[in-house]
Design a protein around this ligand. Structure first.
Ligand SMILES: Nc1ncnc2c1ncn2[C@@H]1O[C@H](COP(=O)(O)OP(=O)(O)OP(=O)(O)O)[C@@H](O)[C@H]1O
Ligand SMILES: [Mg+2]
Length: 501
């Protein structure tokens, strides 16, 4: 058994963990849940030798252990799949899976390369990652990169595997595949620790759940005690009423329908035979579903001027809004909360305050900004609104927990009151309480007349928030569903190429 006993850990100004205990046995799946910043990743890093605890002990098979580093933990059979991906983008898939271990596989130099590709494929196949092990990681989507990280952990044949939010960038289908892998690991006697903000996943997989709140244990639940409500109560400490809150729907949208966004035959690749045409009325929230790689992010990036368009046009309230740069897009009233927030949405070394106040348009713009009390107040208000867990907006964004970093990017764009707001996976990695906060803000913006396009792979969210849903498949629109036509099956049918339902 692997155990953490009364573990404590502090960072400057933050007590991340205080007297936390948990355990995982071989063949057991233990989930760890808690709000953003509750201390989940910190606890995992301690179990995996990334960080040393300030207090408390680790025990492995009843004996106290101290892992000096990650290698020591790996030798003891413990591996952590990090929440923030950590791949060498200059290497290919196989190179990443076997990074630092090449000689053990090949032996004779000439053999190394071909052997690692064969070996790598065993693991990528198992995960359903359909790209050659020779593909450069730089060209992979977030979800594919996530699968490479998991393949690497599997290849270590560890006795304990810790998954820190593995599914946040995976599609429904990949998630199901991963679940099969987790179940087979369990059957093989591997101990699994699983972290997710998607509570239905936690319910489906776990033998036991450990709840953390503010760096402390807030309850252990046995399999038969794991319900959505029990989890939320212990995590959040308040009831979440009106999770998907909308103050208005179609009727009022109709009034604003003549104003809004019209995307006409937009294309970003010469290979697209047909362009994408869609409308988002002011005050409307249009959901956009589809599988990974179906073209949703490309569409968003083209509208926002990050990708060169091959054809088509965008208008807002009848005025041309074709953007050739992000700067032009912002001027036209468009905002994009990107999918890959850590790389596209944040300057991690900069304080939270500046990340929120910067229009993210390069240095020049930045110089012009007058730093003032207003700027600080804006940042503080935004943080409060989304419950960003930090003691000070002057702290570097990079020091926040994963979910709190996401909230900062959202805060930055939401504070801007755009006419057309595009959200790419807005609640990925965000805890339930913050999800409810984000939906409430979307609702408020829509009520004020913002046109919102929300790309999401979370079907529950798509069904809950959207006035209307567009489904993409294979770089084109596969269909549209009105609210009264919405169901998970209808969306999946279109997303998988099933044609109009
Ligand atoms: N290296 C660090 N320096 C300073 N503070 C840190 C550091 N690592 C974590 N923290 C702080 O410790 C607390 C716990 O963070 P942790 O990453 O463990 O949260 P989490 O439960 O994993 O959250 P999330 O769901 O957002 O991933 C947070 O307040 C975070 O800002
Ligand atoms: Mg975390």
């Amino acid at each position: 058994m692997l155990e953490a006993i009364a573990v404590g850990k502090s960072f400057p100004g933050v007590r991340a963990l205080a007297g936390v205990s948990m355990s995982v046995a071989p063949g057991e799946v233990v989930s760890v849940v808690g709000e953003n910043g509750a201390g989940k990743s910190t606890l995992m890093k301690i179990l995996a030798g990334v960080q040393a605890p300030d207090e408390g002990t680790l025990q492995h098979d009843g004996r106290e252990v101290r892992f000096g580093d990650v290698d020591a933990a790996q030798r003891a059979g413990i591996v952590l799949i990090h929440q923030e991906l950590n791949l060498a983008t200059s290497l290919d898939v196989a190179g990443n899976i076997f990074l630092g271990r090449e000689p053990r596989i090949g032996g004779v130099l000439g053999l190394i390369s071909s052997r690692i590709y064969e070996e790598a494929e065993v693991f990528t196949r198992r995960l359903g990652l359909d790209c050659s092990p020779r593909t450069s990681v730089a060209g992979l989507s977030l979800g594919q990169r996530q699968l490479v990280e998991i393949a690497r952990a599997l290849s270590l044949r560890s006795r304990y595997i810790i998954f820190d939010e593995p599914t946040s960038s995976l599609t429904e289908r990949e998630t199901q595949r991963l679940f099969e892998v987790v179940r087979s690991l369990k059957a093989d006697g591997v101990g699994v620790v699983y972290i997710s903000h998607r509570l239905h996943e936690v319910r489906e997989l776990s033998d036991r759940v450990v709840v953390l709140r503010d760096g402390q244990n807030a309850g252990d639940l046995r399999r038969d005690e794991i319900t959505h409500q029990a989890l939320v109560e212990r995590m959040v400490g308040r009831e979440l009423k009106q999770f998907f809150h909308r103050t208005h729907r179609e009727t009022e949208v109709a009034k604003l329908a003549d104003r809004g966004v019209v995307v006409n035959e937009l294309r970003w690749s010469a290979a697209q035979k047909r362009g994408i045409s869609l409308r988002v009325a002011r005050g409307e929230i249009v959901g956009m579903a589809g599988l990974m790689g179906s073209g949703r992010t490309e569409l968003a990036e083209t509208i926002f001027g990050l990708r060169r368009k091959v054809g088509g046009s965008v208008t807002i309230d009848g005025k041309a809004a074709d953007a050739t740069s992000a700067r032009a897009a912002v001027r036209a009233g468009i905002a994009l909360v990107p999918e890959d927030r850590r790389h596209q949405g944040l300057v991690v070394d900069f304080p939270i305050r500046e990340n929120i106040s910067l229009p993210s348009l390069g240095k020049l713009q930045r110089m012009k900004l007058v730093r003032s009390r207003d700027e600080r107040r804006l940042a503080e208000d935004s943080c409060a609104q989304l419950a960003v867990r930090t003691t000070d907006v002057e702290k570097s964004v990079g020091l926040l927990s994963g979910g709190n970093q996401q909230k900062v990017v959202l805060a930055k764009w939401l504070a801007r009151n755009p006419t057309f707001l595009i959200l790419d996976e807005p609640t990925r990695g965000v805890d339930v309480g913050a999800k409810a906060d984000i939906y409430a803000i979307m609702d408020r913006l829509a009520a004020q007349g913002t046109a919102i396009l929300m790309i999401s792979s979370d079907l529950e969210e798509v069904l809950g928030v959207s006035d209307r849903v567009l489904v993409m498949h294979d770089q084109r629109l596969a269909g549209e569903l009105r609210r009264d036509q919405l169901s998970e099956q209808a969306v999946m049918h279109l997303a998988t190429g099933g044609g109009e339902a």
